[in-house]
Design a protein around this ligand. Structure first.
Ligand SMILES: NC(=O)C1=CN([C@@H]2O[C@H](COP(=O)(O)OP(=O)(O)OC[C@H]3O[C@@H](n4cnc5c(N)ncnc54)[C@H](OP(=O)(O)O)[C@@H]3O)[C@@H](O)[C@H]2O)C=CC1
Ligand SMILES: CC(=O)[C@@H](O)[C@H](O)COP(=O)(O)O
Ligand SMILES: [Mn+2]
Length: 379
């Protein structure tokens, strides 16, 4: 039996991780589940998967659900609760399925405790990638990518020598507005932005996909996960999301990973690596797909992608500021406070004012995150 804990069990990745657990009840046991505020779903998950420990985002929510929990289940709350689910108990692997840099401290705590990480929460690597990878290396902890593109690259690199890699290419669907000109973006609605063409995901990443911020975050994520310089990381528009990413080697061979878009596949692979297990995902029929399309990335159409890559190249606290500005701007867009195009303007304004600190420690990163959020909230 493999014991796992999930940070963000009630979200899109969290629920699909539990789908994988439910498909292999003989192989997995759930040690801990951490949710935000969806206590109804958390209680349902508790009844079904019998975790020993759970957490919710506030003490008030914890007080509300205490009497509904089976005897013996330990209950925690807040950031301390996330850290407890991440580092307490006896899970072998912690799936980080929280959205945003709120997941940083608990991810570091899980690594410090020697837990392998099924890493979906890409913002933790963007905001503090050097700290996360350094600690994982020191503790001998595996960072197993859940993000579909990174899982693809991880699979393409299996058994290969890293010195033989010429470049990696991360594919991008183009998001909800891939066929819109910039002019057409002026009056788009929240509902339109939330309609991703290929994937059903949480709201924040769906907006990130529409602005192409998601691809920027993924480039930075790949830089840290695969220890590659930015010059060796490309982005290619691929509307079908069938080729999840690919690697070119120095002999000009290209290895790609393909499949129908279903996150249960990379989630399961992160949990079973290096083995592959049966999955209910729809089988890929290339004959049915008929054609696969590709377009060069247009950095003028998608300025946020360029800003992300530039901040990654700059390093220091620049990616932290990029990420925090984006998180606040997306939240404001989803509350109806700002327009879609204002998201990238806010990121730009934040980066213009950002005073970069090289080689930041955790305290500097947290400080940068806090002050950037304060600024992005009032721009
Ligand atoms: N969805 C997808 O297909 C993919 C997602 N990812 C990445 O995975 C991560 C998760 O994305 P996704 O599942 O879509 O996001 P969702 O918004 O669907 O889920 C987020 C989860 O985090 C919980 N949460 C949010 N804030 C807090 C908090 N302060 N304290 C405790 N829990 C909190 C939510 O709890 P609650 O709902 O109970 O409030 C929920 O369980 C993101 O980093 C995303 O970029 C990567 C590739 C694909
Ligand atoms: C499923 C997944 O990994 C997402 O990150 C996905 O990549 C989003 O699609 P975009 O290519 O539109 O950003
Ligand atoms: Mn992805």
């Amino acid at each position: 039996m493999k014991r796992i804990s999930i940070l963000g069990s009630t979200g899109s990745i969290g629920t699909q991780t539990l789908d994988v657990v439910a498909m292999h009840p003989e192989a997995f046991e759930v040690d801990g589940l951490a949710a935000g505020s969806n206590t109804a779903l958390l209680l349902e998950q508790v009844r079904r998967f019998n975790p020993r420990r759970v957490s919710v985002s506030t003490p008030e929510l914890a007080a509300e659900i205490r009497s509904s929990l089976p005897a013996g289940v330990e209950l925690y709350s807040g950031n301390e609760g996330l850290v407890e689910i991440a580092a307490g108990g006896d899970a072998e692997t912690v799936v980080t399925a929280l959205v945003g840099s709120v997941g940083l401290q608990s991810t570091l705590a899980a690594i410090e405790a020697g837990r392998h990480i099924g890493l979906a929460n890409k913002e933790t690597l963007v905001t503090a990638g050097h700290l996360v990878t350094e600690l994982a290396g020191r503790k001998g902890v595996k960072l197993l990518p859940v993000d579909s593109e990174h899982s693809a690259i991880f699979q393409c690199l299996n058994g290969e020598n890293r010195e033989d890699v010429a470049s990696i290419t991360i594919t991008a669907s183009g998001g909800s507005f891939r066929d819109y000109s910039r002019g057409q973006l002026e009056n788009v609605s929240i509902e339109d932005a939330l309609r991703h063409p290929n994937w059903s995901m949480g709201a924040k990443i769906t907006i990130d996909s529409a602005t192409m911020v998601n691809k920027g975050l993924e480039v930075i994520e790949a830089h840290h996960l695969f220890a590659l310089p930015y010059e060796q990381i490309n982005v290619l528009l691929h509307p079908e999301s069938i080729i999840h990413s690919f690697v070119e080697f120095r002999d000009s061979s290209v290895i790609a990973q393909l499949g129908t878009p279903d996150m249960r596949v990379p989630i399961q692979y992160a949990l079973t690596y290096p083995d592959r297990w049966q999955s209910p995902a729809e089988r890929l029929s290339l004959a049915k797909a008929a054609s696969l399309n590709f377009r060069e990335m247009d950095y003028v159409r998608y300025p946020a992608l360029k800003m992300a890559i530039d901040s990654g190249k700059l390093g220091g606290t620049a990616p932290t500021a990029f990420n925090a500005a984006n998180e606040v701007a997306v939240a404001r867009f989803l509350r109806g406070e700002i327009s879609f195009l204002r998201i990238e303007e806010i990121i730009d304004e934040v980066l213009q004012r950002h005073e970069n600190a090289a080689h930041p420690n955790l305290e500097q990163i947290q400080h940068c995150d806090t002050v950037t959020r304060e600024l992005a909230a009032v721009l």
